[in-house]
Design a protein around this ligand. Structure first.
Ligand code: SF4
Length: 319
């Protein structure tokens, strides 16, 4: 399954997710990643899945949702890894755009120095680029990038893309205590982003279990300092630090639907319970999925979270 949701999104309202990257192929291994460890670290752009087949899946799902009267605000490319690693992202974007719903993509920006990547991203109505650090040292510490990536090329690529893009551009910065939340680091970030001039600069701290258990969230005071620093550079910071809520929609087979959401979107225990309640499914199904090795269960900051066990995902083997 390459389509999941709709899921509640803090940025995109009710978004139908498009997952076009196998688990978990990424150019970064961010300390805070909610998907867990990067299983396949790569900077090689490749064709992973057939764009026509994914587009047909999206179309079928939209038909189902239309019948049930479930609205979709965005079709969001939020895969199991970095979306721009997919050579077919532009083709897929063009096909999906034809359904008449705005399309969005959340990228880590690691490949944005490549003009072909920029060209593909220009097709989207809404683009979010990750910028966790404005110095190479912070970038390497927080995002743990593939060694072939060039930090200077990324910074230049973000600037070049911003100057030609006419859609809604956001940046996202995940703040981790002791990593990128110091005064100097915030000042450097805001100085870099000032000429980029995104419509919104999202500032957040992890709300789900991170890949590195020692990652510490920043407190409200640090978020306030970050906000003030960004504002002093004429930027429009917004705190993205709340759990999205539990309003997950399901269609089709319950096990597949739950797994496809958990693949990119770890859920709290209450959210899973509510999801299973919708159609009167077995409330113990998720525990059975844990026993089967398809789902992992984690206690984090007083909450229980479920996530897909990407190590056991059948579709990762060939990548
Ligand atoms: S947070 Fe995003 S960019 Fe970072 S490792 Fe996870 S999937 Fe990759």
């Amino acid at each position: 399954m390459h389509v999941f949701g709709p899921v509640p999104s803090r940025r995109l309202g009710r978004s139908l997710g498009v997952n076009h990257i196998p688990p978990k192929v990424c150019s970064y291994a961010c300390r805070y990643c909610q998907l867990g460890s990067t299983l396949n670290m790569s900077v090689e752009r490749r064709n992973f899945f057939d764009p026509s087949a994914i587009a047909a899946e999206v179309e079928a799902k939209l038909e189902d949702l239309k019948k049930s009267g479930d609205p979709v605000d965005y079709l969001a490319f939020v895969p199991d890894g970095e979306p721009t690693l997919d050579l077919g992202i532009g083709t897929l974007a063009e096909k999906i755009k034809a359904f008449g719903i705005p399309i969005a993509v959340i990228s880590n920006a690691s490949l944005i120095g490549d003009p072909e990547v920029q060209e593909a991203l220009l097709l989207f109505d809404w683009v979010s680029l990750k910028v966790d650090g404005a110095t190479e040292e912070v970038w390497k510490f927080v995002d743990r990038p593939h060694k072939k990536l060039s930090f200077d090329s990324i910074l230049k690529g973000v600037g070049d893309f911003a100057s030609s893009y006419e859609g809604h551009l956001e940046t996202e910065t995940m703040l981790i205590a002791g990593g990128n939340d110091g005064d100097e680091q915030l000042e450097a970030l805001a100085s870099f982003l000032e000429p980029v001039s995104p419509a919104v600069c999202r500032l957040s701290s992890p709300t789900r279990p991170p890949a590195c258990p020692d990652v510490a969230c920043v407190d409200e005071e640090r978020l306030a300092v970050a906000t003030a620093t960004f504002q002093s550079h004429g930027l429009n910071p917004m705190i993205l630090n709340a759990y999205e809520g539990d309003d997950f929609t399901r269609t089709g087979d319950v096990r597949d639907a739950l797994l496809s959401i958990l693949s990119v979107h770890p859920m709290k225990e209450a959210a899973v319970a509510r999801f299973l309640e919708q159609e009167g499914d077995d409330p113990d199904l998720v525990e059975q999925m844990v026993v089967d090795g398809d789902v992992v269960k984690t206690d984090w900051r007083g909450d229980v979270f479920y996530a897909r066990n990407l190590r056991n995902a059948k579709d990762r083997e060939k990548y």
